[in-house]
Design a protein around this ligand. Structure first.
Ligand code: ADP
Ligand code: MG
Length: 359
């Protein structure tokens, strides 16, 4: 790869695009720089628009999951960006690039079934797209439109000193699931041939591995939680590249510093098991793994009761504080040990454990 591009990194390139473009259209409330663009062509109603691709060989390998799961995930990762604005997903467009000699009609139909299942779960209608042949792998490119909440979209840029930082669900499950897929685990199947099973790994641990596979293959976007947080969270982002990266975006866009407490990071149970099995750091997978599609948000209020009503089965954890200062993300391990937290997934520098894929 061009060393200049590698040096710039994925987010550097997005920054360069952001500097070069000119705003020509009235009604662009928020363009580049958030989970979704916020557009208000007519005053009073704000539309959210987001797009995310899944590429064979980059985001997934053929044979790892089922085409149905891939169809679900292609939409789910976009729904997650609308959720991160506190919005409601509405209409989708599906771009399909199909390798000739690769996937067959039956698999494509199953993929579409998965896409439709996810669409039904969120009340989304597929209204268009584009279809062509691919010279390499399968490409799924989804664009999703949504409605902003009445209270106004929750941007990445509103976090204030004195707010607390919270995250829904658990982290690191998706990265651990990817690690498991790479080492031969498959959903619903037994122990991989050729891999020694340690004595400490019982049924509970095996179930946690299956949960990590599911976290990677079929992430669940937190739409109800996102909507409940509209008007309550001052800033929000979905965790697609790992909180080491995504909490950093929140700091930068809000112009604040964040201190995260390492001991409070909610680690997915499968992450602890797979990290132990493969000699990895569970906390590292939780911070830098990505693709968890949980919501990371800042608020000055206690969100526990409102989230318990909107999403009763979803845990939510306070993991840090927003403070005044330059946009630096600090991870506090103990009273006398802390580090500046960097990393997370970057598509160009590949900064990520095991070269895995982020959003
Ligand atoms: P997310 O992980 O929430 O999907 P990204 O990190 O992919 O967000 O993108 C960050 C911001 O940069 C978003 O506003 C996105 O729309 C914008 N962006 C990414 N790639 C491009 C591009 N090629 N051209 C214009 N904007 C882009
Ligand atoms: Mg996002």
């Amino acid at each position: 790869m061009d060393p200049a591009l590698a040096h710039l990194g994925e987010f550097g390139l997005i920054g360069l695009i952001r500097q070069r473009i000119q705003e020509r259209t009235a009604g662009t409330i928020r363009g580049i720089g958030d989970d979704a663009a916020v557009l208000a062509p007519d005053p009073g109603t704000a539309l959210l628009v987001t797009t995310d691709m899944l590429l064979e060989g980059i985001h997934f390998q053929s044979g790892w999951g089922l085409p149905r799961e891939l169809g679900r995930k292609a939409l789910a990762v976009n729904v997650s960006d609308i959720a991160a604005m506190g919005g409601r997903p509405l209409h989708a467009l599906l771009g399909l690039a199909i390798p000739l000699g690769g996937i067959g009609l039956a698999e494509l139909e199953t993929l579409l079934l998965g896409f439709e299942e996810e669409a039904a779960a969120h009340g989304v209608t597929l209204v268009g797209g584009d279809t062509c042949a691919s010279a390499s792998g399968l490409v799924l490119s989804v664009t999703l439109l949504g409605r902003a909440p009445r209270e106004g979209p929750v941007l990445r840029s509103g976090a204030k000193p004195g707010d607390s930082l919270w995250v829904t669900g658990t982290l690191g499950g998706s990265a651990a699931g990817l690690l498991a897929l790479e080492r031969g685990f498959r959903p619903g199947q037994g122990w991989p041939a050729g891999l020694a099973r340690p004595d400490w790994l019982g049924q509970q641990e095996a179930a946690a591995i299956q949960a990590a596979l599911a976290a990677h293959l079929t992430p669940v976007p937190r739409v109800a939680a996102g909507q409940a947080l509209a008007g309550k969270a001052t800033a929000m982002i979905d965790v697609s590249d790992g909180i080491a990266s995504d909490a950093g975006h929140l700091c930068t866009e809000s112009g604040v510093a964040v201190r995260l407490q390492a001991s409070r990071i909610p680690v997915h149970p499968g992450t602890s098991v797979l990290a132990r099995l493969f000699g990895q750091e569970a906390l590292d997978l939780a911070l830098r793994g990505g693709e968890d599609y949980e919501l990371l948000f800042a608020t000055g209020l206690d969100p526990v009761r409102c989230l318990a009503e909107a999403a009763p089965a979803l845990p939510v954890t306070c993991i840090g504080e927003v403070i005044a200062g330059p946009p630096v993300l600090t991870l506090v391990h103990s009273q006398d040990r802390e580090e500046i937290l960097t990393g997370g997934f970057d598509h160009f520098t590949g900064l990520h454990p095991h070269g895995a894929s982020g959003g």
